[in-house]
Design a protein around this ligand. Structure first.
Ligand code: ADP
Ligand code: MG
Length: 489
């Protein structure tokens, strides 16, 4: 039997507002437990929520970025359940009239193909507090759970996809596309390690060709691109095995355990009516007029898909280069600055993706924290373009800038004496010396078949480059060497 995987994602994005969605308490990360929860977040009697306008603006910006319908009216509902980290006894969310309607997100796959994933809707809601199960005891040896309510009331945008993804790779690409849109818009810091973006992964399988969807499992709270892929891979295999054994997949909520690389059952799936949703009587429906939405639309920044298209069509980059360089806003801005300084898009793309990204990866640094600035890299590339230095010396200059051994490419070239030697007299002198010191290699060269000599010249080029400490012009060295060696044959 051939199986097809079907995936739908519910992505929770923490919005980068300064205060909470219904109160003035701070949303800053990492504060002492319970120092950032006010009476509204705690659900005290006699207090009323007030909707944070920035959260609304951010949600609408996202909707516009994915070309979604923006309904004129949206409504907050109470989702009722009991849990110790939810002191109000309900989560304020949007069930029936979300702020963002249907839209779509374009994803780019590794082979450069693109695919559209439909978004069913996106809604605003508040986060709950956090239960801390470790490091507490009552002093008599009993483990205890602590509750930190700082996160209670933090604004979340939940983005619900249609079940349009067909592989773990597509799901990861979708999550990356969402990450890139929200960080471009600046509506979230997108920091997955701090929980600013996490997703519930709905997975089912069905026999290839079957129309009806299979029964799904929902894997809760997956918080990295890699975990999304691994959780899906495990889950797909588990479900196929069940079905092939003649058993059934139960609709349930599961948890991904990254240490054991498996998903485990958490609870059977709850239904919407278990939550007794009803409109929140404390909050008015949100009414957005056209002028408000138009204003936000007119002020959207250039988005990843547009940037990618521009890099490709205006700057002449390959589809691959364009998509790598536009994936993050920091990367795109860095690249554009390098390009502006050196004037050569292709060279700028090569350096940013090659030498720079390699060094950043090795040191685990993000491009925003690069020790080499975009201006420094742009100037370095200019010196390659105007032949002040050759490619080999350029790498040395880059390394020196990286290590903080000079403020600019020019300064490093000067102090390290890396200026390219193009004076043919000087190059000839070095060649003569290398030839004089290598009688064995010269004899081999002379005895070789003429068509094998091309390869043997490499040894001499290496020696001359070494003698020049990498500064000789390699084209001149090659040409002059060939002349001189052939004259000896
Ligand atoms: P719920 O509200 O119970 O979580 P929804 O119908 O809103 O259920 O769907 C939630 C997510 O699950 C959506 O992203 C949707 O695309 C996805 N989904 C629904 N059915 C399936 C299925 N059979 N297989 C995979 N994903 C599914
Ligand atoms: Mg769900």
């Amino acid at each position: 039997m051939q199986w097809e995987t079907v995936i739908g994602l519910e992505v929770h994005v923490q919005l980068a507002t300064r205060s909470k969605i219904f109160s003035g308490a701070s949303t800053a990360f990492g504060a002492e437990p319970n120092t950032q929860a006010c009476a509204v977040d705690l659900g005290m009697p006699g207090v009323l929520p007030v909707l944070n306008e920035s959260a609304v603006a951010m949600a609408v910006q996202f909707g516009l970025a994915i070309h979604a319908d923006i309904p004129e009216v949206s409504v907050f509902d109470r989702k009722n359940y009991f849990y110790p980290d939810l002191p109000k006894g309900y989560q304020t969310s949007q069930m029936y009239h979300p702020i963002v309607g249907a839209g779509e997100v374009e994803i780019t796959l590794e082979d450069g193909d693109t695919k559209r994933i439909r978004v069913h809707h996106a809604h605003l809601e508040e986060d709950a507090g956090k239960s801390l199960h470790e490091s507490f005891s009552d002093g008599m040896g009993h483990a205890m759970t602590g509750i930190d309510l700082n996160r209670a009331g933090t604004p979340l945008l939940e983005i619900v996809s249609e079940p349009d993804m067909r592989s773990a790779k597509e799901a990861a690409a979708y999550l990356k596309a969402i990450h890139s849109i929200v960080t471009y818009l600046g509506i979230s810091d997108g920091n997955m390690a701090e929980g600013s973006m996490r997703c519930d992964v709905n997975v089912s399988v069905r026999p290839r060709g079957q129309e009806r969807l299979g029964t799904r499992a929902e894997i809760k709270n997956v918080n990295s691109f890699r975990f999304v892929e691994r959780a899906i891979a495990f889950e797909v295999e588990r479900q196929i095995e069940l079905l092939e054994d003649g058993a059934e997949v139960v609709q349930e909520t599961r948890l991904f355990d990254p240490e054991r690389d498996e998903t485990r059952s958490m609870r059977t799936k709850e239904e919407a009516n278990d939550y007794r949703y009803f409109p929140c009587p404390d909050l008015l429906p949100v009414v957005l007029d056209d002028a408000y939405v138009d204003h936000l639309r007119d002020n959207l920044p250039e988005l990843p898909a547009d940037k990618r298209a521009r890099f490709e069509h205006e700057l002449g980059l390959s589809t691959y280069d364009a998509s790598v360089l536009s994936a993050s806003r920091d990367m795109a801005e860095y690249f554009e600055q390098v390009k502006a300084v050196c004037g050569d898009a292709k060279q700028a793309a090569n350096w940013v993706q090659g030498e720079l990204s390699g060094a950043l990866n090795r040191e685990g640094l993000s491009i925003a924290n690069s020790p080499v600035s975009a201006k420094q890299l742009g100037e370095l590339i200019s010196r390659v373009i105007d032949d002040t230095i050759n490619g080999k010396a350029a790498k040395q200059v880059f390394q020196a800038l990286w290590n903080g051994e000079g403020d600019s490419a020019d300064a490093v070239i000067e102090t390290k004496g890396l200026k390219q030697v193009t004076d043919s007299g000087a190059i000839e002198a070095m060649i003569d010396q290398v030839i004089a010191e290598s009688p064995g290699q010269v004899a081999q060269y002379r005895d070789a078949e003429p068509d094998k000599r091309g390869k043997m010249i490499g040894y001499f080029v290496g020696q001359v480059m070494k003698a020049s400490r990498g500064t000789a012009n390699p084209q001149q060295v090659n040409a002059l060497l060939k002349e001189k060696l052939d004259a000896l044959c």
